[in-house]
Design a protein around this ligand. Sequence first.
Ligand code: KQY
Length: 364
Amino acid sequence: MATLTTTPRADGFYMPAEWAPHSQTWMVWPERPDNWRLGGKPVQAAHVALAKAIARFEPVTVAVSAAQFANARARLDAPNIRVVEISNDDAWVRDTGPTFVIDGKGQVRGVDWAFNAWGGFNGGLYSPWNRDEELAAKVLEIERCDRYHTPGFVLEGGSIHVDGEGTVITTEECLLNANRNPHLNREQIEAVLRDHLAVDTVIWLPEGLYNDETDGHVDNFCCYVRPGEVLLAWTDDPKDPNYPRCQAAMKVLQSTRDARGRTLVVHKMPIPGPLYATEEECAGVDQAAGSQERNPSVRLAGSYVNFLIVNGGIIAPSFDDPLDATAEAILRQVFPGHEVVMVPGRELLLGGGNIHCLTQQQPA
Ligand code: KQY
C-alpha cells in the first residue's frame, strides 16, 4: 500500500471519535515474560476473556507471534475472532498500532507514528522495540489502507483522545516529555496533531494518573464520552497522590472551550484501590535488563477510565474492588445507549495498562 507524503488534514481525513462505527478492533497477544507474570499464562486467559467480550459486538483481529500462533488460535475460539501472525515486542496495540483516520466518504487510512517504547533509552519500558515500531505498517498492509508515516514524531495512541469534532485531549506529562519529541516545542507538537488528526483545539491536561509508566497517558485518566462531555478519574482524598493531578485537570477542563466553542461537562469516575501487586505476582515476572521492575510497594495505576467503546457496548475493567459497582453504574449513566460489560482487569493492569491500551479500534 502507498506511504503518503501529504497529511490527513490536507487530504480531507480526520480521526473519528471512538464511538463512531467500527469495522473491527485490533489486539496483540501478550507473551513477553519480563512484563507478564508466569510466562504470560494468566494474562493470556484475561486477554481471551477481553477478546471474546469485544467479539460479541464487533469483529476482533488478534496479531500474534509465530511462536504463540497455535496457542492463541486454539484459545481464541470464537467465530468473530481472526488470528494473524505479526511479530511484536508486546501487546500494547493502542500505542504500537496505527491511528486510523477516515474521510467520511468510506475511505480509511492510518497514521503510523514513530514508537520508542514510551521513552527510548530515557525511561522507556523495554528494548529493543523494533518489531513494535513496525507493527502499524503491517496492520495497514493487511487492511489495504494507505499510510501516513511520521518517522520524526513519536506518539502513542494512548496519549490522545478526540471528540471527532475538532478537539483532542492530551497531557503535558507525556507529549512534552523530553523522552518523546525533545526537538519540538508545544506549538510544533500541536501543529503535528492538527495536521494528522485534523483537530483545531488541543486541550493540555498537566498530568495523567500517578505512577502511570507511560508518563501519564490520557487514556488512563480522562476520556470523551460524547462531544462536549468528558469522564475524569477522580479522588476527593487530599492525601492521595492523584489529588493534585485531578484538581489540576479539572481546572483546565472547566476553563477550556472546545473547537466548537462548547464548555465541557466533566463527569467524575472514582479511582479504584489503591491497588498494589502482591509479592507473588511480582515474583512471577522474569527479570531482564532494561525492562520494568515490578515491586509490591509501588502503587499500580489502576483506572476505570481505561475502557474501550465498541459498536453498542462499553468494555471496561473490573478489579475485584468495592468501587467496581460504582464504576459500572457511572458508565451505564454516561453511556445510556450502550451495554456496559465489565471484564477482569487486574492481570492486564499488572503489565502496566488496561483495556484501552490493549485495543485499537478500526473505524468502518
Ligand atoms: O498503558 C499503555 N498504553 C502501555 C503500557 C505499557 C506498559 C509496558 N509494561
